[in-house]
Design a protein around this ligand. Structure first.
Ligand code: SAH
Ligand code: SF4
Length: 356
């Protein structure tokens, strides 16, 4: 009988399987807070339980295959799953630690970890390498949460350090909603990784009916919409899913989505030279977002071989941003972190496969 990955269980599920149920909390703390690699190290468990755990379960859904470090400090991980397939995650140090004049530490580095939810992706966006490689399978909850756990371990990030999670790696999280929902619960659990849902962002290509389902789950997470275009014709060209769920249906779903009063829905807009980088598009975007507590994140298209789209001019992206801000829409430009390590999703995996 093959062993089950114990990291696939939420604490509630584990409590119903392992008796007495308080053992589930202890096991959780060993895994997610004390970072142990084996059941033997779980010192407060009775011997017979350790034996039982060893017989039925395992603790290692992923192995680190490669790590690439960028000059700006971001680190890209390629993980190998137990069936040999691979996915990517990225550790992004957002702000450097700060010291005062006497060298006293004022604030610690803030980390964001970008994780994958599927091996490949069914959505097939024309600008995305993950989409080009097709879909292989969903990740389990344990394979999703382990990306964060392994990165925390590998970088000696203390269990209680605040990290942000973004589901912006490979895959469409809302196409794997059951496992993503479980992963969010494991992340949020005070005995698990203890990451507040308000520090977890789920990014979607806009599956409107799934956005509704996610909203009904009331997980308290943040929502990001990969919009990328303001009219349906161009959006269909970039993202074929727009034929099933057009812009209007997405905007309607977003308007009903429960948003924390202090937070906003993020709209990601991949800027591509001569396609969607003009002020007319900016104008339409302002109209589209009217009445939504939104924040726009402009992303420079990151060119890669096999795709004709071009990186936009900095000047045009700045004018686009300027227009939005002047018209009352919050707008940031995503730093091109890790460009030298092929930062956009699917790009490390693609290169590694070509090298092999
Ligand atoms: N499938 C979800 C979650 C993955 S996000 C979604 O699409 O929202 C993957 C992110 O990588 C998206 O924000 C996408 O815009 C970005 N991306 C994909 N290809 C890119 C490229 N060539 N350059 C820059 N960003 C890219
Ligand atoms: Fe899938 Fe997102 Fe890439 Fe589109 S951008 S193919 S939805 S991972």
């Amino acid at each position: 009988m093959s062993k089950i990955c114990i990291l696939d269980y939420t604490k509630e599920e584990l409590s119903s399987i392992i008796k007495p149920s308080f053992r589930a909390k202890q096991i959780y703390e060993w895994i997610y807070k004390k970072y142990v690699d084996s059941f033997q190290e779980m010192k407060n468990l009775p011997k017979d339980l350790i034996e039982e755990l060893n017989d039925k379960y395992h603790l290692e859904p992923l192995k680190i295959a490669t790590i690439e470090e960028s000059r700006d400090g971001s680190k890209k991980y390629l993980f190998e799953l137990n069936d040999g397939k691979t996915v990517e995650s990225v550790l992004l140090p957002m702000k450097k630690e700060k010291y005062d004049e006497d060298g006293k530490l004022l604030s610690l580095t803030r980390y964001t970890i970008c994780i994958s939810s599927q091996v490949g992706c069914k959505i097939g966006c024309s600008f995305c390498l993950t989409g080009k490689s097709g879909f292989l399978r969903n990740l389990t909850a344990g394979e999703i949460t382990s990306q964060v756990l392994m990165i925390k371990k590998d970088n000696n990030i203390a269990e209680n350090r605040r990290v942000n999670i973004v589901f912006m790696g490979m895959g469409e999280p809302l196409d794997n909603l059951d496992n993503v929902q479980k992963a969010v619960k494991i992340f949020s659990d005070p005995f698990g990784l203890s990451i507040s849902p308000r520090r977890q962002t789920i990014s979607t290509s806009g599956l409107s009916s799934q956005i509704k389902k996610l909203g009904d789950m009331n997980l308290g997470i943040l929502l990001a919409i990969s919009l990328h275009a303001v009219d349906d014709k161009l959006r269909e060209q970039l993202m074929p899913i727009n034929k099933a769920y057009n812009i209007e249906s997405i905007i309607n779903a977003v308007k009903k989505f429960p948003v924390d009063t202090r937070k906003r829905v993020m709209f990601e807009y991949l800027v591509i030279k001569d396609l969607n980088d003009d002020i007319k598009s900016a104008k339409k975007l302002v109209k589209l977002l009217h009445g939504i507590k939104a924040k726009v994140n402009l992303i420079f298209f990151n060119p890669h071989s096999g795709i004709d789209y071009k990186r936009p001019n900095v000047k045009d992206v700045l004018s686009f941003q300027d227009y939005l801000i002047k018209h009352g829409v919050l707008c940031t430009i995503r730093e091109s972190k890790g460009l030298d390590i092929s930062a956009a999703c699917g790009q490390l995996k693609d290169r590694k496969e070509k090298e092999l």
